[in-house]
Design a binder for this molecule. Structure first.
Ligand SMILES: [Zn+2]
Length: 169
């Protein structure tokens, strides 16, 4: 039977890996670069101290985040994980702005529809998939009431329309 290769940690420290090696599950022999990132940011003894008293499930979570943090720090030595958070925040802001523009567009279309009685809203949207929004939730906020068209009430519910599409993010 072929012997299992030492984990990246043991290989780096030039010792034999055994079945009880606490780092073997997280650093297989081919993950040397990953191990070196973790070693550089945290130090092996600190990592061992962090996971020593954790439950197996918690240990997996801790190692997953330690490896993630070390990799992100290696990629972005200045911002590290904060860079990821900032990038995601920027993406959220961008999506919110895009949503506001879309809703403003929708308001305009609805208003146009009211002034041009009988012309369906879809004709103004140029293929804009209004229906695809109806079952979605964004940031836990149900969108369908905002996008609800007045359907059969067209003709006598006109005055309430403008208030129906307001959004407060
Ligand atoms: Zn090992």
């Amino acid at each position: 039977m072929k012997e299992k290769p030492s984990c990246a940690s043991c290989k780096h420290q030039r010792r034999r890996c055994n079945a009880y090696c606490p780092l073997a599950p997280y650093f297989p022999h081919d993950r040397l670069a990953q191990f070196l990132n973790v070693r550089k940011l945290f130090g092996v003894s600190n990592v061992l101290r962090i996971i020593k008293d954790l439950e197996p499930q918690q240990r997996d979570d801790a190692m997953r985040t330690i490896i993630f943090e070390a990799e992100v720090r290696a990629r972005d030595p200045v911002r590290g994980c904060l860079g990821v958070i900032e990038d995601l925040q920027r993406q959220i802001n961008w999506s919110r702005a895009e949503l506001e523009v879309t809703l403003a567009h929708l308001r305009t279309v609805k208003q146009q529809r009211q002034t041009n009685h009988g012309i369906p809203a879809a004709a103004h949207l140029g293929g804009f998939p209004v229906g695809s929004f109806s079952s979605n939730r964004l940031y836990g906020m149900p969108l369908n009431p905002l996008l609800h068209t007045d359907g059969g009430r067209a003709g006598h519910g006109g005055r309430n329309m403008a208030g129906g599409v307001g959004i407060d993010i």
